[in-house]
Design a protein around this ligand. Structure first.
Ligand SMILES: [Zn+2]
Length: 227
């Protein structure tokens, strides 16, 4: 994970969010402020699904909901204030609970990291669009997914209807080819079947491959590494 490196202003980001402290009960605690100066924290949860304390989940987010009310509406909501404009604190009765921090288990943390890293690398939470010709086309009636460990062989019966990416229509497996990616299978009309004609496919393939930049290939390699 690339957490090191210079920030936009040249500052080093390798220090992270600050020094790691501990709560009174011994759980790790990282206190920081968000972009607007709101006090936030990352804290190891006492949730004990895993045996080692503090490794099952984390709390992340603002420490305090800091509810406010428009000064102009404060009186109507029972808040006594001399302010006439802007926001004034809205006192919450002791018996009222507000959720501020997220409680994330290990799987959710991993997923969040993935989305945030994609955003840093590619400006998007989503995986970059996979190039449709970067995985081999195999007949849907007999293909092998080599992304799986061990490789997984699948044979659809020739009459099985499969929805194709190219035309968003279902076609029988005998007329369909499949590409296997790490995140799923993509079905396409086979050449000269369904909506496809081989000359059109080849022309598009050549055009798309030419247009594929070195940067695109590099980004894809990074994401695949992180995934
Ligand atoms: Zn089609």
């Amino acid at each position: 994970m690339a957490t090191d490196g210079a920030g936009p202003d040249g500052s080093e980001l390798s220090e992270g969010l600050g020094a790691v402290a501990r709560t009174a009960r011994g759980f790790e605690l990282l206190e920081f402020q968000d972009r607007y100066g709101t006090p936030c924290s990352l804290q190891a949860s006492s949730l004990a699904e895993h045996e080692k304390p503090g490794t099952s989940a984390v709390w992340l987010g603002p420490d305090d909901a800091a509810p406010k009310v428009l000064a102009s509406e404060a009186r109507g909501l029972g808040v006594d204030t001399a302010e006439r404009t802007g926001w004034v604190p809205y006192p919450i009765p002791p018996g009222v609970s507000l959720t501020t921090r997220m409680h994330l288990d290990r799987e959710q943390v991993a997923a969040l990291i993935l989305h945030l890293q994609r955003w840093l690398d590619n400006d998007s939470f989503a995986a970059p669009n996979l190039h449709i010709y970067s995985a081999a086309m195999q007949p849907a009636t007999d293909f092998t997914d080599s992304n799986m460990e061990p490789p997984y062989r699948k044979r659809y019966t020739p009459g099985q209807m499969l929805r194709c990416e190219c035309c968003n229509r279902k076609h029988p497996a005998r007329d369909v080819v499949v590409q296997c990616y790490y995140d799923g299978w993509r079905f396409w009309c086979a050449p000269e079947r369904g909506c496809k004609h081989p000359r059109l496919i080849e022309a598009k393939r050549r055009r798309e491959f030419r247009n594929r930049s070195r940067g695109q290939k590099k980004r894809w390699a990074v994401v695949r590494h992180n995934a």
